[in-house]
Design a protein around this ligand. Structure first.
Ligand SMILES: Cc1ncc(COP(=O)(O)O)c(C=O)c1O
Length: 487
């Protein structure tokens, strides 16, 4: 199996594809906006900026359209993307985002300002209302807020909602949030940011919640238990109803981290399992780009008793059609307006296009693909039976080196070294979008690396546009601006 990523450089010029500004430096005089400096007192009124923040000329590359198109195409060939190959990052769920959702987002008029009078933005409100409703039905929740801009932001919002609920019951003393050791780091962070003491729950031998350990951790100080189900090992928490009962018995709330909801779509609902609050990672479960931490969307759903605390505004039916309203005891705003509009439009388009049958199919394929791939690879998978993702162990190899080496075989590697329950973890989630050929190519890459020696692994990657980096220098001598590489 050979693979060589494009490296755009001329033989006589050992630089990578240059910056646009290095291709042409045309200086353009700026009209109007530049004259704040100097004696012209009137112009400072036009440009209310201090002298040192204004300029009267700008260096901009003057390039033809083909030059520009080639530049960006070359750059795109020097990187790895879901449009060029599989991206089996466990838990992160890097799905291909269908182009039709982009078309729908392009149709949705982004120029409609959310401050317009309600009668002039009925279409926007209707879509938001319908999406609230879709999400509530999918999660088995009573009410949904679309505001939070990412999964982690949804978690934090959920924690604030839980806090508001306990305070309204005179339960301010509840100071602890329980988080299983296999949970995503954002669960610990969200609880701590909400001012809670985080109680880490050790996992059971089978990788699931240990009911005795949970019993020991629960007390009248418990505000909530945060769980994802299937958990980050891909294992379904079979005792979920008992877990919910135990948490509720001490007056706590059960929070569902929706990162793994694509394993359950159309088959099981967090609300039916006893969860009180959940967030939806719309970029994982449905379709919107991940976007490096944002802009994304992490809507939050809650059961009836908690609806009054959701962020403001929410959308409801009105005589005119639809209107915004403030929940009675809202925690306030966690984002501008009703969240990241175009991201939510894409999630809406995806759900509407797939419908009940399509969503149920998606969860079947997500689980089937993970199980098929795990059968094909030679690395050990210690825990199972799993759902949409599995965690293999790189054994004596370093999982980070395995990941680097997989790039040399033309595929993106899995998430590595987490969860720590599995030594040298390779957390793999092919998602529902891949076909059998692609899964086989992923398996071939895993199996090509499994017998390779440490020296080869450490030196990888050697077939990608950017080769092995000096990690120590990268951390200690961080360069934050582009510079040509000398070879
Ligand atoms: C299990 C789990 N929970 C929460 C998050 C946070 O989601 P987001 O990246 O949307 O903030 C992630 C992200 O990968 C995750 O894997």
């Amino acid at each position: 199996m050979t693979f060589d990523q494009a490296r755009w450089r001329r033989d006589d010029e050992p630089v990578y594809e240059p910056l646009l500004s290095d291709k042409d430096e045309t200086t353009v005089a700026l009209s109007g906006a530049s004259t704040a400096s100097g004696d012209d007192a009137d112009s400072t009124a036009d440009v209310p900026l201090p002298d040192d923040l204004t300029r009267d000329e700008l260096t901009l590359p003057e390039l033809s359209e083909p030059e520009l198109a080639r530049h960006y195409t070359r750059l795109s060939q020097m990187t790895y993307a879901i449009d060029t190959g599989p991206y089996p990052l466990g838990s992160c769920t890097m799905k291909y985002n269908p182009k039709f959702t982009e078309d729908v987002a392009a149709l949705a008029d982004a120029s409609i300002h959310p401050d317009r009078p309600e009668r002039r933005k009925q279409g926007t409100l209707e879509l938001q209302y319908r999406l609230q409703d879709y999400l509530a039905r999918i999660g088995g929740m009573h009410a949904v807020s679309l505001q939070p801009p990412a999964g982690a932001a949804g978690e934090f919002t959920g924690i604030l909602v839980a806090q508001a609920y306990h305070e309204s019951n005179g339960d301010e003393h509840r100071s602890e949030v329980i988080v299983p050791e296999s949970a995503h780091g954002t669960n610990f962070a969200s609880a701590a940011l909400g001012g809670y003491d985080v109680v880490e729950l050790p996992g059971g031998e089978d990788g699931r919640i240990d009911l005795d350990a949970l019993d020991a951790a629960l007390s009248e100080d418990t505000a909530a238990l945060m769980l994802t189900n299937p958990n980050t090992l891909g294992l379904f928490e079979r005792d979920i109803e008992e877990i919910a009962e135990m948490v509720h018995d001490v007056g706590g709330l059960l929070y569902y981290d929706g990162a793994n909801l694509n394993a359950l779509l159309g088959r099981a609902r967090p609300g039916d399992m006893g969860f009180d609050i959940m967030h939806y990672n719309v970029h994982k479960t449905f379709a919107t780009p991940h976007g490096g931490g944002g802009p994304g969307a992490g809507p939050v759903g809650v059961v009836d008793d908690l609806a009054e605390f959701l962020p403001t505004p929410r959308i409801r039916r009105s005589e005119m059609g639809y209107e915004e309203f403030d929940p009675d005891n809202s925690i306030g705003k966690v984002h501008g307006f009703s969240g990241n509009w175009l991201v939510l439009v894409k999630a809406y388009a995806y759900i509407a296009r797939l419908g009940d049958k399509g969503l149920t199919d998606a969860s079947a394929k997500a689980v089937l693909n993970a199980n098929y791939l795990a059968e094909q690879i030679e690395y050990e998978v210690p825990y199972g039976p799993f759902h949409h993702e599995f965690v293999a162990s790189a054994g004596e190899q370093d999982a980070a080196d395995v990941a680097k080496r997989m790039l040399d075989y033309g595929v993106h590697p899995p998430t590595t070294k987490w969860p720590e329950i599995v030594g040298e973890a390779l957390m793999t989630e092919p998602t529902e979008i891949e076909n059998r050929d692609t899964l086989d190519s992923l398996a071939r890459a895993f199996n090509a690396v499994v017998d390779e020696d440490d020296e080869t692994l450490e030196a990888a990657p050697s077939r990608t546009a950017a080769r092995l980096i000096d990690q120590t220098s990268a951390a200690r001598n961080l360069r934050l601006s582009w510079q040509a590489l000398e070879e």
